[in-house]
Design a protein around this ligand. Sequence first.
Ligand code: SAH
Length: 213
Amino acid sequence: MNDTFKHQGLRLQLVSTLKSKGITNAGVLNAITKIPRHLFMDSSFLDHAYQDKAFPIAADQTISQPYTVAFQSELLQVKRGDKVLEIGTGSGYQTAVLCELGAKVYSIERQQELFKKTSKFLPKLGYRPKKLIFGDGYKGMVEEAPFASIIVTAGAPFVPKPLLAQLAIGGRLVIPVGDKVQTMTLFVRTGPKAFEKTELGEFRFVPLLENKN
Ligand code: SAH
């Protein structure tokens, strides 16, 4: 678990890249400055950890591109103490960003291997999400609802109804929707049955799996 001055310097460069791409939220930039992303990746990719790119992790999944993590995190508008649900724990990097933002984090992962690995790993770095579960993100986590915000970190072919239903009034769902290419989509719950939808450009994610494993 080695985090050197070199790594810290590379992170500052990454943060200035993210600023130049339009990320402004101080909490998000601070989280990316602090979190040792290289420790979330397999050793063969360590040299690439601070490039603004997605990389493979276990189980054919990827750690999202830092810009994507920053963009989605900014859209959530997390306030300290907010209950936030993440779909797709993966490496746990996005989970760590949410912890740094002061959220109470609940996260669901569909791949057993990643679930086990990341559940052990995050506490070693001092990150303690409220709940990590091995389960199906399409269903959300109804027993913990409502959430101030929900972030989906895999490409969803459609918007799962349970996720909209588990938002608090005023809550925000950030979800990439589409098959090969996804449109980043923000839903704000403005009333019990009312949602405001905004589309925010194209991204590429691994697919949100249905009925698998
Ligand atoms: N947030 C992660 C991104 C991982 S990629 C990170 O920062 O590393 C997307 C993740 O979603 C993968 O780990 C994948 O296994 C998971 N996933 C795919 N389908 C899912 C589902 N139905 N429910 C929960 N997680 C799912």
